[in-house]
Design a protein around this ligand. Sequence first.
Ligand code: COA
Length: 655
Amino acid sequence: MPIPERETPKGRRESYVLPKVPVPPLKQSLDMYLSSIKHLVKEEQYRKTKSIVEKFGEPGGTGELLQKKLVEKSDNTYNWVYDYWLEDMYLNQRLALPVNSNPAMVFPKQNFTDRKDSLRFAAHLITGVLEYKERIDTRTLPVDFSRGQLAGTPLCMKQYYRLFNTYRLPGLKRDTLVIHKTGSTEQEHIIVACKNQFFVLDLVVKEKKLKEMDILTQLEKIVKMAENTEERQPPIGLLTSDGRTEWAQARDVLIKDSVNRESLAVIEKCLCVVCLDDPSGMEVGDTSRALLMLHGGGHEKMGANRWYDKPMQFVVGEDGVCGTVCEHSPFEGIVLVACTEYLMKFMTGSPSKMGRATSVSELPTPGRLLWETTPHIQGLLKASAGRLQRLVRDLDMDVHKFQVYGKEFIKKQKMSPDAYIQVALQLAFYRCNGRLVSTYESASIRRFHEGRVDNIRSATPEALAFVKAMTDEKASLSDSEKIQRLWDAIKAQTNYTIAAITGMGIDNHLLGLREISRELQMEVPEIFTDETYVASNQFILSTSQVPTTVEMFCCYGPVVPNGYGCCYNPQSDHLLFSVTSFHGSTETCSAVFIRALDEGLVEMRDLCKKSNKPQSNAAALKTVEKSQGAGSKPLSTPRENREISHTEEALRCPY
Ligand code: COA
């Protein structure tokens, strides 16, 4: 039974109890599952799936048995879904991390006067990171509380404690998320990447912590050393950009040599990586900056100046292209935003301490990590470079600022901005493809102990009715019928959101039932081999709201070859969208999707404006309270659920 760490917090001001993630009632999830796919598959396929699902859920059937086992698991663990989810979502995935898995935060373009100016920025950033890390180590980060829907609940902070002390180790079949003890003395260095070389920047020298001035001095030395072509090492970082199995195989070859073993050990324990990038030569716009964050522009640009396994990788480009690239498995984008916003505010709000004296009179020269290669390893590097290049060529990205209105306009309509944007995304997809598809929207379940996310399946039947009203049935429906369908779609979306954030989503539940059947070494139940289930987990539209309060934005790639990745950042007066797809697919085109989105958002505004009788907020909320979710029966709330107890099972958030 995984026991969460129970560390004594220093300076903790908040103390509260977080409930466990509930196990939703079986029938509720099965009903929700059926109604989430009914309108997305052919009638005949639906009939087949329905009978499989009914058989699974019949009294005394496999579903009941698995549900019982899952409830037992929930009783005996702190979070029944955490490991299943982590493995399914990340560690079992074999695709390369850049584009396919690692999201990026793109900072505002910096205007550096010269290389030294960019190094000053990097030194200041590192100082901010160390300050933030200190807050993590001393457990003095303020506790987050939920906002938006069901606001005011304390949220689990565990993800923050995985920002700097984790590492995703590649495995032949499954990766491992290595977690170092927070504040460990092994972790007193960062890795600086420059010209595809990796240097060790020790943060403590002669038992003294480096000051910002010292860090700058060390960075200058690193840049100089990196320029020395005679000592140049092979671009080993490229291997981390490869498929996970390929990288694991290459790593097995690398570690045969003790020099490589040592270099890997140092990287795998670092706090974070700071990539000092040369100018990319690309025109610096939102889209090109986002591309450089996601894949570095390939091996000919900055693609090898990275170590993709490390969760926190800060990029500081001489041309002002800066941001963070993240290995996603230890934390969600929201935690990443909190950390990077802290850093941005630190950078702009606290003056650089360059004027102060150095802490150590003589700083040792930072060590360059050495690599022993063989023709075999050279061949592996070439293959990795080729595969990264294909990924670079394939990624179709468009970052777009919709400036006609922002979330304040939507709020004035008494609608949830997030639900509204999701409905707009459905409309855009329908416009482009004439159908709706299985859609993923991440819903935070941090209100539960060690909660990560579940899925809001946004392609609801009500969304389909609405998008049809705006397209195929446009001419035959009145404005009031259209606005009614918009309201229905928004309500269905809001209801699903509330279900998902209160632990009543279906994706985690079905995953748990599937995985527990594996643990019991049962034959995989038909419900999980059924083509509908398989298709319903191919998220052609993968979406996520990542809002920021300072100027920056998040982006990520599609999760299937014929899909879109759509990250959005709703602001008061505008909405920022970062849309990705693959050129290789004939079914997608990011620019076309953006155009359809723009068009739909304007039409939705016009429709709202025409409606002179918007449903009152109270009425809307009443409907939400009477929510039937996406299923046909009322959802249990977590408080009613037997898995949630605030007494003997209650858990103290361990920080
Ligand atoms: N009328 C007027 N205002 C409304 C409203 C209505 N009917 N419904 C919501 N609002 C307001 C909210 O009060 C909130 O106000 P605020 O900006 O002052 O806080 C704002 O609109 C936003 O609410 P909403 O649009 O409903 O979204 P949300 O903030 O509840 O977010 C999710 C919904 C699903 C995005 C959120 O719950 C979540 O899970 N976020 C995490 C996603 C994530 O993990 N992303 C990263 C993945 S790596």
